[in-house]
Design a protein around this ligand. Structure first.
Ligand code: GLA
Ligand code: ZN
Length: 650
């Protein structure tokens, strides 16, 4: 059975309001509420005085409506008395400025006091409700690392960083050697001399920056796992554990697969538009975020915060059009969401989120959004089996956080963004309505037909070997630029022409390189069966000399028209493409369509803005046909109104 519901904050309203609220939530067709994730002070108003009586009453009333409950552990917002007693729990930004009490998540993961007090409230809470049959899921904290909370540059973190390095390298001479601290005379005699990468003149050592990123990930994940272990120890056997992943996951300083490892399932907060954005992120990028979350554990996931109203703190922007947030909900279900809670039941009148509009607004009326949510729950409650059915993709997109952090340490082009470069390869496959998994590079990808490897500059021999084996067995691999530049220390490979460990696989040599801006577009011309194609690259270009590979596109500027821009190399029973720059999606389309057809991968050609996603249940096919535009569209003898979704049994 799937859960459908809302995020509910009864503690924000008079208790007299609860009856009416629970009746209204029930009227949606809901069977779950999420509560508690910011209510530490309600449960421990004074140090050591635990009082769960308020939430006991909330749960009793919720049970009268037969709601199940997801309960959030409240460590994302600690009480003022704790910060007052231990100011050292407050994190610091790179300038040494304390993140003052008053927001949220402003705690330091390396504060021993914070770990002690948050472990205690977590343990007391779970012990109190371990036998509560209505509570079926614990959510650990809230959106780990979001809003800049994954970084802290305080003294505790600096000392913990030095300890982290000592355990990794053991010998300071090894660190000096691998980091190349001889450069600019930075040789360390002792680990205690090593700084956190706070602002300096020009820039820090790239190996230090990458190890600092790994340390941030270690700090956050060891805290998250410590809290999760407590929940696991104390919870009842009928209760599961999750945590909610926020958007912007490629811009975070922690490995999400590692973060979710001890959890029973992944939960995601789906906000296609947030804050002052003029427009939502494109439908293809929303789809990628959903595929990323499904990829974290290779299984369907929950959404515990689905956007329904405009959202923001001090600034808000675009208003989701009628049925558009409903469409985003269906898109999430199509891509593997199995249970959904909307954020939030009613917008709050006081505090920092007055402009985070909910299912209903401050006027307490049940309007358009209420009925859109009710429609979604009514429709999707018919598809329990479909929602649980697995999604079998034949195309995988690989990412690796070491590689992402290496790029963030030195973007090389002022307009480089990892997300943009992953989307560059993802987009044309999405536009053909194929299914894609977005997975960590260390996952086994041998059973896919196509593997996309966006800007994998940190690419070691182990990954190169698996990619060669995959291709030899008949797979298609598509690299984009800068592949194979560096090793895992963020050091450029010595004595290797690019693309380093995948040079033989790609059958090319990169002779020179040029960083480009977004505006600096260089034209490329197709060859052979793409001879009619013209396109351009921006952001970057590799000047390629084929060594066995065939040229697909070549540069046209006079001094460089001898060089290839895009190549294809036969390798074993498969093929390896190398996209040597930020190739425009139109230039990629013909190549992608051929790859999809050659591998007999199911695809649909739909009008721009119409997304088609097919799910299979007991060999029956169900197609989600989603109109992401504000125009009426026709597709396969169906007419879809603006932002309409139709689920069609084929
Ligand atoms: C995040 C948080 C919620 C709330 C919403 C507002 O997703 O998890 O607590 O702040 O944003 O949009
Ligand atoms: Zn710190």
């Amino acid at each position: 059975m799937s859960y459908f519901g809302v995020d509910y904050y009864p503690e924000h309203w008079p208790s007299s309001q609860m009856e009416e609220d629970l009746t209204g939530i029930k009227g949606l067709g809901a069977n779950m509420i999420r509560i508690g994730e910011f209510a530490w002070h309600v449960m421990e108003p004074k140090e050591g005085e635990f009082d769960f009586s308020y939430f006991d009453k909330v749960i009793e009333q919720a049970k009268a409506y037969e709601f199940k409950v997801m309960f959030g552990t409240p460590t994302a917002t600690f009480p003022a008395w704790l910060a007052h007693k231990y100011p050292s729990i407050l994190s610091k930004d790179e300038y040494g400025t304390v993140r003052e009490f008053g927001g949220r998540r402003q705690y330091c993961f390396n504060s021993e006091e914070y770990r002690e007090y948050s472990a205690r409230i977590t343990r007391e809470l779970i012990k109190h409700y371990r036998n509560e049959e209505a509570i079926v899921v614990w959510q650990v904290d809230n959106e780990f690392g979001h809003e800049g909370s994954d970084q802290c540059y305080c003294e505790q973190c600096k000392r913990a960083f030095q300890k982290f390095l000592k355990e990794k390298y053991n010998d300071i001479h090894e660190l000096n050697e691998r980091w190349g601290t001889i450069f600019w005379g930075q040789t360390y005699n002792d680990f205690t001399e090593i700084p956190a990468p706070t602002p300096t003149i020009t820039t820090h050592n790239p190996s230090l920056k990458l190890d600092w990123a790994r340390f941030r990930s270690f700090s956050l994940n060891s805290y998250a796992h410590q809290m999760t272990e407590i929940v696991r120890e104390e919870k009842g056997p009928h209760q599961e554990i999750t945590t909610n992943v926020s958007g912007g996951f490629f811009d975070k300083w922690f490995d999400h697969e590692e973060n979710l490892r001890p959890m029973d399932f992944v939960s995601y907060d789906n906000y296609p538009v947030w804050g002052g954005l003029e427009q939502p992120i494109p439908p293809s990028e929303i789809a990628m975020t959903l595929d990323f979350n499904r990829g974290l554990k290779g299984q369907n996931f929950w959404i515990v915060e689905e956007l329904m109203g405009a959202q923001g703190h001090d600034v808000i922007g675009y208003l989701p059009r009628p049925n558009q947030a409903k469409l985003w909900s269906y898109q999430a279900f199509a891509h593997g969401c199995s249970n959904m809670l909307y954020f939030r039941w009613r917008g709050m009148t006081r505090g920092a989120e007055q402009f985070c509009y909910g299912v209903i607004d401050h006027d307490n009326r049940y309007g358009r959004k209420y009925h859109e949510v009710k429609d979604v729950f009514t429709e999707m409650s018919k598809y329990d089996q479909l929602l649980e059915s697995p999604i079998e993709a034949e195309i995988a997109v690989l990412y690796d956080y070491d590689n992402i952090w290496s790029w963030r340490a030195q973007t090389q082009s002022k307009d480089f963004h990892f997300n943009q470069e992953l989307m560059r390869l993802y987009q044309p496959f999405y536009d053909l309505n194929t299914k894609l998994d977005v997975i960590p590079a260390d996952r086994d990808f041998s059973n896919y037909k196509v593997v996309l490897v966006p800007v994998m500059q940190v690419l070691n021999e182990e990954l190169a070997t698996r990619l060669k084996e995959f291709t030899k067995q008949g797979g298609t691999v598509i690299f984009s630029f800068r592949a194979g530049l560096k090793d895992k220390d963020n050091v450029i490979n010595f004595g290797q022409t690019l693309p380093g460990p995948v040079a033989d696989l790609t059958g090319i040599r990169v002779e020179e390189i040029e960083s480009l801006t977004a505006e600096h577009r260089l034209s490329v011309k197709g060859e052979h069966d793409l001879s009619q194609e013209e396109s351009y690259v921006n952001i970057w270009r590799d000047l390629i000399v084929p060594e066995g590979a065939e040229t697909i596109y070549r540069y046209t500027d006079s001094l460089y028209k001898e060089y290839a821009a895009v190549t294809r190399n036969s390798y074993g029973d498969g093929e390896a493409f190398y996209i040597g720059g930020g190739l425009d999606v139109e230039g990629l389309r013909p190549l992608v369509k051929k790859v999809v057809e050659n591998h007999n991968i199911d695809y649909e050609e739909s009008p721009i803005g119409v997304e088609v996603y097919t799910r299979v249940v007991d060999e029956k096919e169900y197609q989600f046909i989603m109109n992401h535009t504000e125009e009426e569209v026709s597709y396969m003898n169906k007419v879809l109104a603006p932002y309409e979704t139709q689920i069609v049994k084929k």
